[in-house]
Design a protein around this ligand. Structure first.
Ligand SMILES: NC(=O)c1ccc[n+]([C@@H]2O[C@H](COP(=O)([O-])OP(=O)(O)OC[C@H]3O[C@@H](n4cnc5c(N)ncnc54)[C@H](OP(=O)(O)O)[C@@H]3O)[C@@H](O)[C@H]2O)c1
Length: 212
């Protein structure tokens, strides 16, 4: 059993990870600024901003999951927030799992990341900020931090929650597509993959992608 802190534990991504981890008997601490609407039994909810709560909860963690989103008043603030959470995780000796975006992946080896090309305006700011959080880890993470940066499939999101199938694939920084050329993963299957990676750490200081 591990102690897992999930920043954004009441959100779409974080909420699914919290449910999956709690169902496997991990000790889970979910952090958000609002109370959960549907608390998961056995989960400890810490209400406050990432900046206020992180110094209290990260020192006791085995694993820290960062699943905030750069939207609303968090737009433009994610890199600084994650920089601090990553630093605290390194000091605590906690594994650090940071959720990013699909557009940080590449379509093929030696090709630019999607984020370097045309991104539709509604997604552009979030894609650029997600990429900045990847660069934070790839270029400035403390040497002792055991991090993994995770890009979900292109069709992933609260607009397409899907169902738990128990299936997923893990790739590197080249995007995975299914036989129909689609890039999808349900919220529950993405969380399954994350908690599997937590229980059996396979990727260290790497960028991975999760999709069907
Ligand atoms: N296809 C894709 O590439 C794709 C699609 C979706 C998401 N994503 C990525 O996945 C990550 C998570 O996105 P999401 O859609 O799951 O997010 P979400 O549903 O908006 O959830 C965000 C969570 O963070 C909490 N939060 C926000 N600001 C906070 C703060 N300052 N302090 C503490 N808690 C805070 C929110 O609760 P409160 O508001 O109550 O604080 C909520 O629990 C993001 O990096 C996003 O870019 C990628």
């Amino acid at each position: 059993m591990s102690t897992i802190v999930v920043f954004g534990g009441t959100g779409y991504t974080g909420g699914n990870i919290v449910r999956e981890a709690a169902s496997r008997d991990h000790q889970v601490i979910a952090v958000s600024r609002s109370e959960p609407q549907e608390p998961v039994p056995g989960v400890r909810y810490e209400v406050g901003t990432v900046e206020d709560v992180a110094p209290r909860v990260v020192p006791g963690a085995d694993v820290v999951v960062a699943a905030l989103s750069p939207r609303g008043d968090m737009a433009g603030r994610l890199v600084d927030a994650y920089d601090e959470v990553a630093r605290l995780s390194a000091t605590a000796g906690a594994r650090y799992v940071q959720i990013g975006g699909f557009s940080s992946l590449r379509p093929a080896p030696d090709q630019p990341r999607f984020v370097e090309g045309e991104i539709p305006e509604p997604y552009r700011a979030e894609a650029l900020e997600g990429e900045a959080t990847r660069v934070l880890l790839a270029e400035r993470a403390p040497d002792e931090l055991d991090w993994v940066f995770v890009s979900p499939a292109g069709g992933y999101g609260s607009f397409a929650p899907g169902e738990r199938t128990g299936a997923y694939r893990v790739g590197g920084e080249i995007a995975l597509f299914d036989a129909d050329g689609e890039s999808n993963i349900s919220g529950a299957d993405f969380a399954l993959a994350i908690v599997d990676e937590i229980e059996q750490p396979t990727h260290h200081r790497e960028h991975i992608g999760i999709a069907y």
